[in-house]
Design a protein around this ligand. Sequence first.
Ligand code: PA5
Ligand code: NI
Length: 182
Amino acid sequence: MKNINIFYNSKKGKLEGEKIKYSTTSLLQSSYIYQQKDNLNNLEKIIYEVEFHDNDVTEGDSGGLFFGISSIYPGKVGKEFHMTKGHKHKKNDTGEYYWGLRGIGKLLMVFENNTYEIQDVFEGSLHYIPGKTAHRLINVSKNKLSVGACWQSESKHDYDCYFPIRVIENGDGEIEYVNCST
Ligand code: PA5
Ligand code: NI
């Protein structure tokens, strides 16, 4: 098997080489996750994107791995910082690793028993997301946030999950966690 001809260009903050696929999520596609749903401007704006290594493994098959880099652009919707939709894995006993590549963020994990944990994400940070755990990444900085991620090909994504905590910027410009019922 040949080496993979891909590398992470840390200066540019992007994957370069062969067999890279991209997926983007706009404000329109993710607006439903924010508490403020009115006065949304520029719905075409890309909030986050994922660069994948296209390794010819089929999603849903067992035994393979996927690798991607997720990047969230800085900004807020209302008071809430930009974030991923968040999901758990359909094959619910499969876990995942995230690791910080650039920027500053938070990883919100909601465990099976509905307790949660918020971890600081920064360049060099490492995060293990156990199976049966909903996970969402939030960019709390003024720069792009990027993490690497590796998960099993059989995992698949389940977006039907609930995140009881929101990360907002309060009136004093500080990061604050607030409870959320939706
Ligand atoms: O597998 C992962 O956890 C990541 O690759 C995410 O899918 C990525 O960050 C996008 O987030 P979401 O799938 O919640 O929209
Ligand atoms: Ni995941």
